[in-house]
Design a protein. Sequence first.
Length: 641
Amino acid sequence: MLGLLLALIVSLGCGAGARWILQKYHFVQDPLEQWGIGGILGLGSLGFAAFWLTPPRFAWIACLLAIPGIVGIIREVLHQKTDWNWLRSPIVLAIAVAGIIATVTALAPPSGLEWDSLAYHFAVPKLWLASGSRDYIPYIHHSNFPAVVDSLFQIGLSLKMETMARGFTMCYWAFGLLAVLGVTRRIFGGLSAKWAGLAYLGVPVLLWEAGTGYVDGAQGLFVAFGGLYAVLALVFAQEQNDTPVAFPAKYLILSGVLLGFAAGSKFTGIAALLFVGLLLVLGVSKVVERGRLLKFSLLAAAIAVAIPLPWMIRNIQNTSNPVYPFFYEKFGGHDWNQWRADIYRDEQQSFGVGRTPTGRDLSQAGNSILGIGYQPGKYTNPAPTLGLGVPMTTAGAAVVIAGMLAAIVLRRNRIVNLLLAFIGLNFASWFFLSQQSRYMTGMYVLLAILAGAVAAEVQWRRLMGAILVSQFGYTVACLWVTQTQSQLPVAFGSVGREDYQRATIPFYKYTSAINQEVGSGKIALYDEVFGYLLDVKYFWANPGHCTLIPYDKIQTTDEFIRALKSLGISHVYVNVASTVGSERERWLQAMQTAPYSAEETQAMSKDLNLKWKMLLANAIREKRLTFAVEPKGSLLLRVAK
């Protein structure tokens, strides 16, 4: 609980500082919008600074800097009269219910459902804290991604407070709600704001990620509002041709900072930056003072590029590829090759619909976008090709329907049309690159705003309202069934955190034995990426992760063991359960007294995903790897000296 409280204090403090700038220099007018956007910008600024400064000292500095912000908040509440009457409606109950779910998520430790939290977003900061620097980690390519959001996790983990790390994404989500309410109220009115807020609360992936170690929800807020302010700047400049473009200029600066943080959180944010630039180029011809607007557009672009640029320079130094490991065919990259690039691309393109052996089938584009609502299992893990993905990491049907209705009902509204154009461009990119539902969180935020605008129309209010209420009910029920009911006991202490993770993460029951056995050594993990749960040095050893173990060149057991020792590896862990059926049985036999035949060896040597299994089985049978613990579903082995 203390960690969550500290995350809240730091977030409010940073948000108060950014909000003061927005208010003083009249960037935005609505109080809720000021708090929401201020909070998002404040956390983005903190995350950017945290990557380049040294924790845990920085963590305590961040906590201290938050105190003046909190004092300012208290003074404002006591002395400033804000009209909250418009918010007296059932949406307050919805906010309370959703807030409880997010709080419980933040208080509970990650379960096996939080794959990316355990494999990447918490794992990399923990490794950096252990080494004392932001080292290049060749076997975790996520360590080369920009870290505006991930750096906040480093603050919490540096203080040994995982709950604080998880609390930051909950605060992002809460600031996003305030921003949606404020922006919608200012553009479309108070009634629209209430419905937009409900639509935002009802997006399953946004509520699910609040309180986790995922970054998509936070990054989506940067994308959504970065695009929104660029649209507002363009519309305002076109409609106010007889007056100076002061507000368009400020909106563009806001857009540049937000889009910079978007690209500084995930490289997918670069696409949103390009699409905003395209809209501005196409729209500037309709502005009288186009020269001035163009000047501020270029300034905003410079800001947007400057924020992710340090990570791109770092990647060039470490890998020669500014967006490693993406676009290997264009930029190359150390510790990577075409085989691994193909594996990564194939995995990314296994989501969604419309894939063919030669690319994407354009005739399936509509089915792909609408499918987020009616076949969510195809857009997220596990087994997306079979439609077995978990339902709480998708968009929900409501915002998809809202987008279609907005195109019909609000077709004469220029803001709506430009937002739909921005949304369409992002979905087009998403269709061809990777149809993971998590990658479109920014579009769901914008569609929630449009849902509020549609619901305010008298003739559509009942239909849209019923859809939004139903979606919120489904989202709450889905999260309750899949996680919240099991998180409640551990969140409030009646079940231990270790007991909870032991019950929800198969690997967890082996971690104590591994920590005790490995000690000051280093362990190679096969078919297991949750090294975050360990307190010893580890290495992802599967051939798809990097080239440090040259499986393509290794032919003998001696060469295999020599490669392990060259990396300082003293132990090996093998998740045997990940291999199933007859292949697993044959593998276990090859480890004992039945070596692979010449035909089997020849076939396995041609496939690196199988070759390592052959090398491992041979090493065990030849006693070059010995059992540290008797095998019970997984193998813990020592490298023979």
